[in-house]
Design a protein around this ligand. Structure first.
Ligand SMILES: Cc1cc2nc3c(=O)[nH]c(=O)nc-3n(C[C@H](O)[C@H](O)[C@H](O)COP(=O)(O)OP(=O)(O)OC[C@H]3O[C@@H](n4cnc5c(N)ncnc54)[C@H](O)[C@@H]3O)c2cc1C
Length: 328
């Protein structure tokens, strides 16, 4: 598809919006994979993003929203439509109430809170990506997730800007109402933090970052965990009985346990490899493709299904695939 010239011109005429045609999405994803977007649009302010989104929605073209691309598998064919990104990144506070725009880096928000002696996000140090996507996927690590601190989320629902309290956001493990309504785009979040000595928070974050950097070197082309962990209480009894107590953490069975049992560590498909030290981590050696990545994911899911009668669910999000292919 080529996006009509008239549509490109309308988008390009919005102040604080930049557009580019045929942008390779591989350059915008941490996996380093993905073909071109027919049109890539960045909006650096809320009014600009709202105007661009409205045009995209009413244009009849396919559209999608991405953040920093750290949790995406983009098809080798790319995206036959408009990819939008909201890049406004202001972070401010009123005492212990912190507001962050969705385009801010989560790490900048974590650092801001630590520097201002505000406890609550320090265990999320080292999680890459934007604040908006962290809300979308309820990002978290080390026993905490961002919803614990959320007071309000402002978002665009397709027509207007609205705001939800934390209970309305439907947060669960790596889930939110925004994942169910993919056309609801997060604009900003208010977080209620707790005053604490900055030095203490910095020490906690420093320890965690050391461990994370060993597991996910900065140059590694990956998306963190490929599959979500499994909530023990939601598993069938015959599956639960196969899981040793020692691997259960915070009521969850790590997907890595099942993957390890089916020989995932060190598996590969072309340039895509499962880490030999972590069965739920796939990385691109360099020239890997989305096709190879999807084949590896399919094989892993099939092995776990056959051995444990358990359907693993991807944490990563797909862009540019027909729905049937995503689930294959
Ligand atoms: C090395 C590594 C380690 C990781 N470790 C963790 C971890 O410990 N814990 C964890 O939770 N995650 C982890 N992740 C996954 C990733 O960091 C998170 O999912 C992150 O929130 C993705 O942010 P992003 O901006 O890159 O989003 P993208 O990958 O660009 O997009 C992810 C999804 O968010 C949606 N989205 C983006 N912006 C918005 C918005 N403003 N409003 C609504 N939806 C939006 C997109 O449509 C897409 O579906 C890791 C990833 C990597 C590469």
């Amino acid at each position: 598809m080529t996006v009509p010239r008239e549509l490109i011109d309308r988008l390009a005429s919005i102040p604080n919006v930049s557009v580019s045609e045929g942008t390779l999405l591989s350059g915008l994803t941490r996996f380093g994979i993905g073909g071109p977007a027919a049109l890539y649009v960045e909006a650096a302010s809320e009014p600009a993003f709202a105007a661009a989104l409205q045009i995209a929605e009413t244009s009849g073209a396919r559209y999608g929203v991405i953040g920093a691309g750290t949790n995406l598998i983009v098809s080798d064919e790319g995206f036959d439509g408009i990819i939008l990104r909201f890049t406004a990144k202001e972070i401010s506070r009123d005492g212990a109430l912190v507001r962050a725009e969705a385009g801010a880096e989560l790490q900048s928000l974590v650092d801001y809170c630590i520097d201002h002696g505000l406890r609550g996000l320090e265990t999320m140090t080292g999680i890459p990506g934007s604040v908006g996507a962290a809300i979308y996927g309820n990002a978290g690590a080390y026993g905490h997730s961002i919803d614990e601190r959320v007071e309000r989320v402002r978002f665009l629902d397709g027509n207007a800007s609205r705001s939800f309290t934390v209970s309305e956001c439907g947060f669960r493990y790596r889930e939110s109402v925004f994942k169910e309504h993919k056309d609801w785009i997060v604009l900003s979040v208010d977080l209620r933090m707790t005053p604490a000595p900055a030095s203490e928070l910095r020490a906690t974050a420093g320890e965690i970052l050391k461990i994370r950097l060993a597991k996910y070197p900065v140059s590694m082309k990956c998306a963190g965990s490929i599959f979500k962990n499994l909530i023990l209480a939601e598993l069938a009894e015959n599956v639960r009985l196969q899981i040793p107590d020692r691997v259960v953490r915070e009521g969850k069975a790590p997907s890595a346990y099942f993957l390890e049992q089916v020989g995932a560590k060190g598996m590969r498909c072309g340039g895509m490899c499962v880490a030999d030290y972590h069965a739920n981590l796939i990385y691109n050696e360099g020239a890997g493709t989305a096709r190879e990545l999807c084949a590896l994911i399919r094989e892993l899911k099939s092995r776990v299904l056959t051995r444990f009668h358990l359907e693993l669910e991807e944490e990563v999000q797909y862009v540019g695939f027909p729905l049937t292919e995503q689930r294959a």
